[in-house]
Design a protein around this ligand. Structure first.
Ligand SMILES: [Zn+2]
Length: 155
């Protein structure tokens, strides 16, 4: 695979977690996928029965449909919304290495220049890292039991 993203083993024994890999977008990626404007995205609509200000978009209901602006496509493709697409060969590597904590979802991608389509899937992280320790500075500010609204801030 090309070295276009960060994949580092992380073992945080002080938090009593299993070792894991952090996959992140490169800091200055020249190839960020754009939404296909001909395929509008649909989102869940959340209405709070207690506080109208909690109205917001929820999960994306439609599959990703993106345009890739570069001809040299990285193995892991990020979108402007930090969604992550991977080629089938990357998924094969993940399966061969027995990675867990993710699922995939169908996605469409084509190159902006040639219009060629790519065989990709959206990568979805399924795990949860747990409650942030107090030392992290992250704290819960607001939680709504009616709609699930949750506001966290860092110091
Ligand atoms: Zn609410």
């Amino acid at each position: 695979m090309k070295e276009n993203y960060l994949l580092r083993p992380r073992g945080l024994s002080r938090f009593d977690l299993d070792p894991f890999f952090l996959i992140a977008e490169p800091r200055e990626s020249p190839c960020v996928a754009e939404s296909n404007r001909d395929a509008p995205e649909e989102y869940q609509k959340i209405f709070c029965r207690t506080l109208p200000g909690h109205r917001r978009a929820g999960k994306r209901l439609s599959n990703l449909d993106v345009i890739i602006p570069c001809d040299s496509v990285p193995d892991v493709i990020f979108t402007w919304m930090s969604e992550c697409l991977v080629h089938d060969r990357v998924l094969q590597v993940f399966q061969d290495e027995r990675f867990t904590g993710f699922s995939t979802r169908p996605a469409k991608a084509r190159l902006k220049g040639s219009g060629a389509t790519l065989s990709v899937r959206e990568l979805l992280v399924t795990g949860w890292g747990g409650v942030a320790p107090e030392a992290s500075g992250i704290r819960e500010v607001e939680r709504c039991v009616a709609c699930g609204h949750l506001l966290l801030l860092s110091n």
